[in-house]
Design a protein around this ligand. Structure first.
Ligand SMILES: Cc1cc2nc3c(=O)[nH]c(=O)nc-3n(C[C@H](O)[C@H](O)[C@H](O)COP(=O)(O)OP(=O)(O)OC[C@H]3O[C@@H](n4cnc5c(N)ncnc54)[C@H](O)[C@@H]3O)c2cc1C
Length: 281
């Protein structure tokens, strides 16, 4: 590892749980010990060929087995472009069906992440197909996308389990809401739809005002939901939610693709650059 990567890794350890499966499992144990379930993600996306997609698929199978054997409260979250969305549809369906079946046989949930807008339509289509045979599969939906209200309505009609997030990709202006405030308002609107009609859904945010809103709405809804947050972000909020009796899950990425993921987290919040500078002293 070069000096720059070495320095970034020192800071990145707060967001990622090592470079291999055993690191991921260690992070999951940590989360369980703190009262949270774990959602493990093997870092990677945009896998262009079947040989590489096969490798990612094998890692997820091994991960599901390690979660089961390790008696860990948790599951995996996968990106469809990791396991064949860029290869072809029948290849992808074979892989994702196998992951859903494997999860089921081990009494685990399976989450699908939502990627950039060029994959939104396909991801929803594949998810809805998967849901017909596998009820314990959920899908992330991004509040910054203008289309998401319509998508959510369709997904709820189909009995989907949704993880609501703000959205993390750089997108063309026409497709996404332009200001942070608009995204927050839309998040709030979609969250209300989830509390009214959703089941087994997840509020995936570190935004205190949205978390407070969810807590307030939940007091007069008997909704089955959990809060989900990323490893190493707003760790101050997690114990309070657990102590108040809410279910909390920590999303834990690991793997050799840690560098681009960490740089994204770094750029999201300028305060993280201070952490990097401090690590150099
Ligand atoms: C469990 C989970 C799964 C996700 N899955 C997806 C997915 O499938 N697809 C997708 O597009 N996106 C996904 N995301 C990312 C999401 O879209 C946002 O980019 C990310 O959560 C930041 O948005 P926020 O709601 O926390 O609000 P923000 O307004 O960005 O952050 C709220 C507060 O959280 C803290 N915070 C947030 N990010 C950081 C950071 N990097 N460093 C330090 N502090 C920070 C700050 O205090 C900030 O004020 C996921 C997020 C979570 C929590």
């Amino acid at each position: 590892m070069g000096l720059k990567q070495d320095l970034v890794y020192r800071v990145a350890r707060r967001w990622i749980s090592g470079k291999d499966l055993s690191g991921g499992i260690e992070g999951a144990r940590h989360a369980n010990a703190a009262g949270m379930s774990a959602i493990l993600n093997y870092l990677g996306e945009d896998v262009p060929d079947s040989t590489a997609a096969d490798r990612e698929f094998d890692e997820y199978l091994a991960l599901q087995t390690a979660i089961h054997r390790g008696d860990i409260s948790g599951c995996v979250s996968v990106k469809l472009t990791q396991v064949g969305l860029m290869v072809d549809r029948s290849f992808l369906m074979e892989k994702i069906e196998a992951l859903a079946s494997n999860a089921e046989s081990m009494h685990q949930f399976l989450w699908l992440d939502m990627e950039g807008s060029r994959f939104t339509e396909d991801t929803i289509e594949v998810y809805l197909k998967l849901l017909q045979a596998h009820p314990l599969v959920g899908l992330a939906l991004q509040a910054y996308m203008k289309r998401s209200e319509g998508d959510l309505s369709k997904l709820l009609d189909a009995g989907a389990r949704v993880r609501l997030v703000k959205g993390a990709y750089r997108e063309p202006h026409g497709l996404v809401l332009s200001s942070k405030e608009e995204v927050r308002r839309n998040y709030s609107k979609l969250m209300t739809m989830l509390f009214d009609r959703g089941k087994g859904f997840a509020i995936g945010t570190h935004d205190s005002s949205l978390i407070d809103q969810a807590r307030a709405i939940s007091s007069d809804h008997r909704a089955d939901f959990e809060f989900q947050m990323l490893k190493g972000i707003r760790d101050d909020l997690k114990p309070g939610l657990i102590a108040a009796g809410f279910k909390v899950a920590e999303y834990i990425p690991y793997g050799d693709q840690w560098y681009p993921y960490s740089m994204r987290r770094m750029k999201e919040h300028p305060s993280n650059l201070w952490l990097l500078l401090r690590s150099m002293l």
